[in-house]
Design a protein around this ligand. Structure first.
Ligand code: NAD
Length: 445
């Protein structure tokens, strides 16, 4: 079986590399010439644990190929995966221009039957649009060729994308015929050996499943953030509440941490896109709107705490803050919609400077913000503390969880931590002479 993947981002590159690792012949196509050139030289454009080896080994073994030519890609694989971005349009809906551009290329270049698979996160009804686009191009070309469109949303998590793809919790297939479902079962067989992980359904349900999954996860986070805001005002500690409710197996411990808001390329855009879909069919998505609104507010929480501690009036001129964690979550270099960006931009607007450290996302930060006087990227987390007025934590990297507080206190001008991820025990820190602000830790701070 030969596979073509359009888009070599977090999803496309991981999908392509993992299919190649299973033994398939895979061609990854991207319109970004520089990215493809660098991939051919073994330079991986993103940080994702384990990806480097899988890409390099399979490229060397000539199972994984890279191209900028859509024609070459369409000619290559019987399976044509669309794994391009679906960024938010101005009104929050998913912008399908990249998806439909690939569909157009497939229609333009196909010379035999092709199975087209939507792996991008796309609104309900997109498979119909992809089908219509390919059909219209084939009609223009006056050729009579058959093709199938299948929905196969991706559930990998940045930071563990390779492991997630290799051992998926589930593989959702939206197919309009048993024969198509069977082709997908065969394709995914290498990743489906331990027990059956394939969940086959109709196409529209598969498209909605992806949005429902992300919206549910975002709901859990915004719910805990709402509880954290109550805890703070009521003199309770949200960490105790978390442990208390997580012990109920109907709730569980996963994904119920309060913090400084969710970011990344998926939750914010997918919650908005689903809300937009709802509005377009005349349904008011009250819960989805609230999830997003709570998250927007939560991202401003750390700045509020900093501002209140130092000034109260939003003037931090001359102050310097150490910032640990730039990526939107650990084990990635992805800065899309990261809470650290909202914090830094607020600190800068208030006249403060930032000394930041992140194990993986500093290059990306540099790319986004360029050179500016009020941002210095430091080589270690300790260096970031030197001469700073306080420490702010935005990402729960493992390396931040057990620092040497005595050394830290010597580096900072005053021993104060604004912890957006509730990494530390407030009472222990207070006993060591620190002023500690967490999220929703009313009883403990
Ligand atoms: P990305 O922005 O990292 O990568 C998209 C790539 O597509 C880019 O390299 C871009 O140059 C390329 N591209 C654009 N138009 C193209 C075309 N016509 N032909 C070939 N390549 C083209 O995006 P991503 O994070 O990999 O996400 C892709 C899709 O998967 C999105 O719909 C996203 O919502 C979804 N998704 C993402 C994740 C995640 O964790 N990032 C997880 C599950 C699903």
């Amino acid at each position: 079986m030969k596979i073509t993947i359009f888009g070599t981002g977090y999803v496309g590159l991981v999908t392509g590399a993992c299919f190649a690792e299973a033994g398939y012949q895979v061609m990854c196509v991207d319109i970004d010439k520089e990215k493809i050139e660098r991939l051919k030289q073994g330079i991986i454009p993103i940080y994702e644990p384990g990806l480097d080896r899988v890409v390099k080994e399979n490229y060397a073994a000539q199972r994984l190929h890279f191209s900028t030519s859509a024609g070459e890609g369409v000619a290559f694989g019987e399976f044509q995966f669309i794994a391009v971005g679906t960024p938010p349009d101005e009104d929050g809906s998913a912008d399908l221009k990249y998806v439909l551009a690939v569909a157009e290329e497939i229609g333009r270049h196909m010379e035999q039957h092709r199975i087209v698979i939507d792996k991008s996160t796309v609104p309900v009804g997109t498979a119909d649009k992809v089908r219509a686009k390919i059909s219209s191009v084939l009609a223009e070309r006056k050729v009579d060729l058959t093709f199938d469109v299948i929905s196969n949303p991706e559930f990998l998590k940045e930071g563990s994308a390779v492991a997630d793809f290799m051992k998926p919790d589930r593989i959702v297939i939206g197919a309009d015929s048993p024969a198509n479902a069977e082709r997908m079962r065969e394709l995914y067989a290498p990743f489906n050996r331990n027990h059956d992980r394939l969940i086959v359904m109709d196409i529209r349900s598969a498209e909605l499943t992806k949005y429902a999954a992300n919206a549910m996860l975002a709901t859990k986070i915004s719910f805990m953030n709402e509880i954290s805001n109550l805890a703070e005002r009521l003199g309770a500690d949200v960490e105790n509440v978390r442990i208390g409710i997580g012990s109920d197996p109907r709730i569980g411990y996963q994904f119920i941490y309060a913090g400084c808001g969710y970011g990344g390329s998926c939750f914010p855009k997918d919650v908005q896109a689903l809300a937009r879909t709802a509005s377009t069919i005349g349904y008011e998505p009250r819960l989805l709107n609230a999830i997003e609104a709570i998250n927007q507010d939560q991202k401003t929480r750390l700045f509020e705490l900093v501002s209140r501690h130092f000034d109260g009036a939003g003037n931090l001129r001359g102050k310097v803050f150490a910032l640990w964690g730039l990526a939107f979550k650990p084990n990635t270099d992805d800065m899309r919609e990261a809470p650290s960006r909202v914090l830094m931009e607020a600190l800068w607007a208030a006249g403060a400077r930032v000394q930041a450290y992140d194990p993986e996302a500093m290059e990306e930060t540099q790319r986004i913000y360029g050179a500016r006087e009020d941002l210095v990227l430091m080589g270690t987390k300790e260096a970031a503390l030197k001469g700073a007025d306080g420490l702010v934590i935005c990402t729960e990297w493992k390396g931040f969880t057990a620092p040497d507080f005595a050394v830290m206190a010597q580096q900072l001008k005053q021993p104060v931590i604004f912890d957006g991820r509730n990494l530390y025990d407030p009472s222990r820190l207070q006993a060591k002479g620190w002023t500690y602000y967490g999220i929703g830790r009313g009883a403990s701070c």
